[in-house]
Ligand binder design. Structure first.
Ligand SMILES: [Zn+2]
Length: 496
């Protein structure tokens, strides 16, 4: 039992136990609605073909995007971690290509995941929002005219399968678009479907669909708050600590995030240790996915992408968690691509800067499919298989879940961060100062001015394009949850 009285699923908890409906996500409002309901797997029976079946093919192609939520780049051994907790993902990187300088297009889950699935910037797909408090939290669903990769892939005969574990990826927000099966578990802090259950679901899918073209989005939530690694992973890096963070409570988290409460070094080390142990557990399960694909003889024909939606701050810049800044600990992320064996990568590490927005264009390129006109990104296949030295691309990241919006723009060695609430811009040389400790805005005013102009020009182009698009539809999450709860209760016969 966890600190708020809810329970986690995972090896230390039974599967399919009754769940509280979104408790946690909507705080007290959610708890007021807390009614035991079974795990809901959303199967899109309304798919045009009825049962979502696609034909068997002779040489099936498989694409898997494993999204490792909240996993910092510096947790990975292959990115130089001091406590490497990713042996299985490092092994995938050793076989594939590791992108050393990949930039997330936002600092939190909904916009970045939608960017990965649409190949567009958050301004363009429109799936954004702001955590404004429990009663009026509202988000926007992606714009109808922006195609999601899975929609197009299903049109090309791919069986599309989403295994998704975050409240911010609720199907009402558009992430479900194009998935024939959207297996959604609204994990949030204290209630999580762990990586083992998610990998089980993925392996069951591959067992049944070995001879079909498939696209799988496997979203693993384990490293996200609350840090409560299962079984033998609990306190494996944090033994002996007896301080207040052993039972991380809601009010503590609130204080850590909103009030910028900074624990003593022992407390910080404890939290990072538990977070790392969650990553190690998740890594073991990703290894089990690879083993399962190998046992089914599917691994060689699989394009496997591992990417984080964003990182996590452990007081690098005086704050905690994510969704609140544009610093590197949040938006410079891990990206690993293992190509199907018919491709021969010419390099194992790409140092040039790339973006999440490039991921879906790369998938289409590898599959030999025509990209839609909506993609903003560019395929990364050439930098993996062509000898020509990859070039840095400018990168843009936008949007915070908390507080005033911020944007960041990268060009060459510089990064410029702008607070859209009218704050001063910040300038960093991310080559010499990758931890962003020295704001050069005052000492290098010419460069700051140039970077700001480049950022404004980029934004203005995005805004011109946005003006051509329909408005993203606002979703009142609480009303939507209430409606869903009512539907489910009716379906279960309670309200008749
Ligand atoms: Zn996330």
């Amino acid at each position: 039992m966890n600190t708020d009285g809810s329970e986690s699923t995972g090896p230390d908890a039974p599967a399919n136990q009754p769940l509280r409906f979104r408790a946690g996500f909507f705080g007290n409002a959610g708890r007021a609605l807390a009614i035991a309901l079974p795990l809901i797997v959303v199967a899109w029976a309304l798919w045009p073909e009825g049962n979502g079946e696609v034909p068997d093919v002779e040489n099936p192609q498989h694409v898997i995007i494993v999204l490792v939520d909240t996993t910092r780049r510096d947790s990975f051994g292959c990115y130089g971690a001091t406590r490497p907790v990713t042996p299985r993902m490092d092994a995938i990187a050793a076989e594939g290509v590791r992108f050393d300088n990949a930039i997330a297009q936002s600092s939190w889950t909904l916009p970045t995941v939608t960017t990965i699935l649409t190949g567009t910037y958050p301004s363009i797909h429109g799936a954004e929002g702001k955590f404004t408090g429990e009663a009026n939290t509202s988000f926007h669903r992606s714009r109808d005219e922006i195609a999601h990769g899975p929609e197009l892939l299903s049109g090309h005969g791919f069986k599309t399968h989403g295994i998704v574990n975050a409240g911010f990826l609720d199907p009402v927000l558009g992430i479900e678009r194009g998935f024939m099966v959207y297996d959604y578990f609204p994990s949030y802090n204290w209630r999580v479907r762990r990586a083992d259950k998610s990998v089980d679901a993925a392996l069951e899918f591959f067992q049944k669909n070995q001879r079909k073209n498939t696209f799988t989005f496997l979203h693993l939530f384990d490293p996200h708050l609350n840090y409560d690694p299962p079984g033998e992973f609990r306190e494996m890096f944090s033994k002996g600590y007896t301080g207040p963070f052993r039972t991380l409570t809601g009010p503590q988290i609130q204080k850590l995030i909103a009030e910028k409460w900074t624990p003593e070094v022992e407390g910080r080390n404890y939290l990072r240790g538990e977070y790392d142990a969650e990553i190690l557990f998740m890594d073991r399960e990703i290894g089990r996915l690879v083993d399962g694909l190998r046992a089914l003889a599917l691994y060689d024909r699989t394009m496997l992408i591992i990417v984080a939606d964003h990182g996590e701050e452990f007081w690098d810049h005086g704050g905690f968690e994510h969704g609140h800044t544009m610093y590197e600990e949040l938006i410079r992320v891990a990206l690993i691509v293992k190509l199907p064996s018919r491709y021969e990568p010419v390099r194992s590490v790409v140092l040039a800067r790339v973006c999440q927005v490039d991921i879906m264009p790369t998938v289409f390129d590898v599959l030999g499919l025509e990209p839609p006109a909506t993609f903003d990104g560019e395929s990364l296949l050439p930098v993996m298989i062509d000898e020509a030295t990859p070039k840095d691309r400018p990168a843009y990241s936008e949007g915070t879940l908390y507080g005033v919006d911020k944007v960041a723009f990268y060009q060459n060695r510089y990064k410029y961060i702008l607070d859209l609430g009218g704050g001063d811009g910040e300038l960093y040389d991310v080559i010499d100062d990758p931890l962003e400790t020295d704001n050069l805005a005052a000492s290098q005013p010419d460069i700051a001015l140039r970077m700001r102009a480049a950022l404004e020009a980029f934004r203005s182009k995005l805004q011109d394009r946005m003006a051509q698009l329909s408005p993203a539809r606002r979703v009142d999450m609480q009303a939507e949850q209430n409606r869903q709860l009512k539907d489910q209760l009716e379906a279960l016969g309670y309200l008749r």
